[in-house]
Design a protein around this ligand. Sequence first.
Ligand code: SAM
Ligand code: SF4
Ligand code: SF4
Length: 386
Amino acid sequence: MTDRNTPIVIPLIDQRLASLPIPASAFSTAIRLDANDLLVDTRQRPLRDLRISVTDRCNFRCNYCMPKEIFDKDYAYLPHSDLLSFEEITRMAKVFVAHGVQKIRLTGGEPLLRKNIERLIEQLSELRTLDGRPLDLTLTTNGSLLARKAHALKAAGLQRVTVSLDGLDDAVFRSMNDVDFPVSAVLAGIEAAQAAGLGPIKINMVVKRGTNEHEILPMARRFMGSGIVLRFIEYMDVGATNGWRMNEVLPSAEVVKLIHAELPLVQLDPTQPGETAERWGFANAAGQHDPAKGEIGVISSVTQAFCGDCNRARLSTEGKLFLCLFAAQGYDLRSIIRANDSDTDLSAAITHIWQGRTDRYSELRSALAPDAGAGVRRVEMSYIGG
Ligand code: SAM
Ligand code: SF4
Ligand code: SF4
């Protein structure tokens, strides 16, 4: 029997090298659409949200994502020729949009490290959804380069940003990013994003029990009434290198309870289907939501599965399509576009792959032992994007 306290040692196999085969039948399959004419998967989930990782590199070494011991100077990042070019990303995005995608999030690694990212944003901002609207175009960043880039990003057509920030205490923040990066520079980035009109801004705080739970209340106090939506994310068993353990997860229910005890909260309805965060509004003296005080979100990826309406696809830095954040392998779409001038095969491949999608990792994990997710081989979050 495995002792739950004994770390499981998994041989590191580079999951990036493997791809799932796209069967030849993909190119002759009839398309299955729902009542709204949308492409749906085996669980009737439409394809609405595409997250594109534009680099596997990062200037932080957050211990829950890119631990220093693994992502050291010898780590083999993807060579530049393996990355999708901006033209290739835009070409792919266009076909995804034709299949129902309405929202595109650029991520990484640290997306602002990708040179001339503004040019990609300019190209993506030209795309229109099936009903002719501009895309919901956003980007998740660690904020380190935001003060410098906020205006250019806005001018290029970016609508809003999500900034990751795990605490306000400088020592805690420096130790979590593990490169001694000061919190003041990220706060300056957030202010620059606000001034540039990149809102509504969201802030993601990963909560790790024993590391930064004492930062929950200071963060809630700081951003209440600021127009910024602070979201608390349960520390997840993504990738295979962060040494994840269930006892370091602080359930979102506890986060809500802690905040509610000092700053009363009321639960709010979701704004749209497939939303990852559960919404809680700050209440007024009458116990009703006070819009001036704003809201928080909790993302309970570990304690409360939300696969039922998951409409998210992920495109890795080198053009592999992943159907779930916890997938071990993706489908190589880059080879299709590099081999074809026309998008017919790419479109057929996306249709076939999405139609066959069965993924629901979080639901399956909740039926397993608490630490069942530990050490399982999966792609890293820095490669697939959050
Ligand atoms: N570098 C950018 C950043 O940090 O915002 C974008 C990429 S990062 C992989 C995307 C999001 O994933 C961040 O908000 C980060 O906090 C979150 N994340 C990374 N590893 C995580 C983990 N093990 N559990 C929960 N969230 C995680
Ligand atoms: Fe970098 Fe973002 Fe991962 Fe932190 S969470 S190491 S900032 S990619
Ligand atoms: Fe979607 Fe996979 Fe997360 Fe479930 S576990 S919500 S299918 S990404």
